[in-house]
Design a protein around this ligand. Structure first.
Ligand code: ATP
Ligand code: MG
Ligand code: MG
Length: 549
């Protein structure tokens, strides 16, 4: 049954609702539009949108767009597309931190007037050194005692564009001796003469993450602000702003463990780097852990949601086994994907006793577990292609597939026996000469004799040539970067391109991105670049775990 998950966050929400302090819950998913969403973000999306659905509240999509230097419209569009694709909808509740720039500015002046913020001209390196360490308190800059009037006038000059980038910052005046470094007079505003995708050149000073995040939560009346554990140390600062500003509501921050996955790097910064350096073909390269990459690889959104549910919420960081994600994908695809036949590395098989110009139509089942998926027609003829791996010249005892003298079943068709091998001048096997038993149509002999192997095949008459791309993990160790160098752990064999595959013709009709099982091979889907003149398929995943042993 589809049991609703229980975890510490859901327990907290339930308790908050039971106490009657809040009417309904409001959550938000707050991406910074500086890259594409990855599987880690999916965890946050499923949590925030999932909670609002389970408890009858709402979830906002909020772009945390406070750093125009790194943010682009392309990312904004991609994030919206990917949240929708994952199965969630913010409805009318689309927000931008930049919508609050004027309010945040006013609140900064409010702090200045209260003697709780000051403009500091200390050069950045010096300021860093003066913050001290965990064992050593920070030192005050000479600017810390500026008067309210001086601070107001300098801050207004900052806003008016009178200073170059980096000339000064606005800092909160909290506690330079605090054991929490985030409270040692954190920066609230910095000067950035850079146009913003939404506010254009209206602003040349921008609030920091800390000064924008909690206040945006409060402005939007978010009740539960859920973030990853790294932000636990920022919570006292989050609360400090709520305590000292005239905010319209009181959100509460709670932290949960980020998703880490074996053989995978979930860091936007590094993923951006892979794209920029051309190490992958783009954000949607099927080897990328981005939602766009997973979609192109054929991973259904339901599998990602199942996976996140299975991982659950915890208060301690850990690394999830990649096999768990693979299981979720296989479980979904086994139910959802129709079956087809495709030969990845073809070997020609000629049936000598099959009439030259005869074509037989055979009926094939689209999904063995789902009669509603129907059937399709296959054409069988004298020339067939089988998988090269399904033939051996000198087979060991336990090999039951094709070899000279062996009989096998061609799926949905006939029993065939290999009679002879044809080789080229270099000794490579180029063709198998076979005979078939005309009485075995459907795959069984009337005398009941057994054959152990059933092979997939395509018909030489109407098979469609295709390029098939086989993907491995992008990294070749479960803990990439553990030795300090992510690049060194990139898997050089993460992409194998098979240019001579042959497909059952109906595969050309598969919608782009819709997964299909190539019988005995795995799950595949048509790539967006695929066209009727050049078919391209991506392997989503193999049928069984063949590598993670
Ligand atoms: P990255 O570390 O990859 O740059 P980020 O946290 O800087 O990610 P944001 O766009 O700010 O990226 O993230 C939006 C939301 O997604 C945040 O609430 C963040 O906590 C959450 N998130 C990001 N990465 C993960 C992860 N690996 N697991 C769970 N949640 C994550
Ligand atoms: Mg972030
Ligand atoms: Mg980041």
């Amino acid at each position: 049954a589809n049991v609703e998950p229980r975890d510490f966050i859901r327990d907290m929400v339930q308790a908050d609702l039971a106490r009657g302090q809040i009417q309904g819950i409001v959550t938000r998913f707050p991406p910074e539009p500086n890259g594409y969403l990855h599987l880690g973000h999916a965890k946050s999306i499923c949590l925030n949108f999932g909670l609002s659905a389970e408890f009858g509240g709402r979830c906002h999509l909020r772009f945390d767009d406070t750093n125009p230097v790194k943010e682009e419209q392309e990312y904004i569009d991609a994030i919206k597309r990917d949240v929708h694709w994952l199965g969630f909808d913010w409805g009318e509740h689309l927000y931008h931190a930049s919508d609050n720039f004027q309010t945040l500015y006013d609140w900064a002046e409010h702090l200045i007037r209260a003697g709780l913020a000051y403009v500091d001209d200390t050069p950045p390196e010096e300021m860093r050194a003066m913050r001290g360490t965990l064992t050593e308190p920070g030192r005050a800059s000479a600017d810390r005692d500026r008067s309210v009037e001086t601070n107001l006038s300098l801050f207004r000059d900052m806003r008016a564009g009178k200073f170059p980038n980096g000339a000064c910052v606005l800092r909160a005046k909290i506690d330079l001796a605090s054991g929490n470094m985030n409270l040692r007079d954190p920066v609230l505003y910095r000067i950035l003469h850079a146009p913003h995708p939404r506010t254009g050149t209206q602003w040349c000073i921008y609030p920091t993450y800390d000064f924008a995040h909690g206040q945006s939560d409060a402005i939007e009346h978010v009740t539960h602000s859920l973030c990853t554990l790294e932000f636990a140390d920022h919570r006292p600062l989050y609360d400090w702003f709520l305590d000292h500003l005239p905010v319209p509501s009181r959100p509460r921050q709670t932290e949960f463990a980020r998703l880490n996955l074996g053989y995978t790097v979930l860091s936007k910064r590094y993923l951006t780097d892979l794209v920029r350096r051309g190490i992958v073909s783009g954000w949607d390269d099927p080897r990328m852990p981005t939602l766009a990459g997973l979609r192109r690889r054929g991973v259904p959104p339901e599998a990602i949601r199942d996976f996140v549910r299975r991982v659950g919420m915890s208060k301690a960081n850990s690394v999830v086994d990649l096999a768990m994600f693979d299981h979720a994908i296989r479980d979904r695809l086994n139910q959802a994907a129709q079956r087809r036949m495709a030969v990845l590395r073809p070997l020609k098989l000629v049936i000598e006793n099959f009439p030259e110009d005869q074509v037989e139509e055979l009926e094939a089942v689209n999904h063995p577990g789902d009669p509603a998926a129907g059937t399709r027609t296959l054409r069988f003829g004298r020339e067939i292609f089988v998988e090269r791996d399904d033939f051996m010249e000198n087979p060991p005892n336990k090999f039951f597939r094709l070899a000279v003298g062996r009989e096998v079943r061609l799926r949905y068709a006939y029993l065939v026996t290999c009679r002879q091998v044809v080789k080229d001048a270099d000794g490579n096997v180029v063709e198998l000469r076979c005979t078939y038993d005309p009485a075995s149509r459907g795959g069984n002999a009337p005398d009941g004799r057994k054959v152990k192997a059933t092979l997939h095949w395509v018909s030489g008459r109407d098979a469609r040539p295709a390029e098939v791309r086989l993907y491995g993990t992008l990294f070749n160790r479960p803990d990439p970067g553990a030795d300090g160098d992510l690049d060194a752990d990139l898997n050089p064999g993460s992409l194998e391109v098979l240019s001579g595959a042959l497909l059952e013709p109906s595969l050309a009709e598969m919608p782009v991105g819709e997964a299909v099982q190539f019988e005995r091979q795995g799950y595949f889907c048509q790539d967006p670049t695929s066209g009727s003149d050049a078919l391209v398929f991506n392997r989503t995943i193999e049928l069984r775990d063949t590598w993670a042993k």
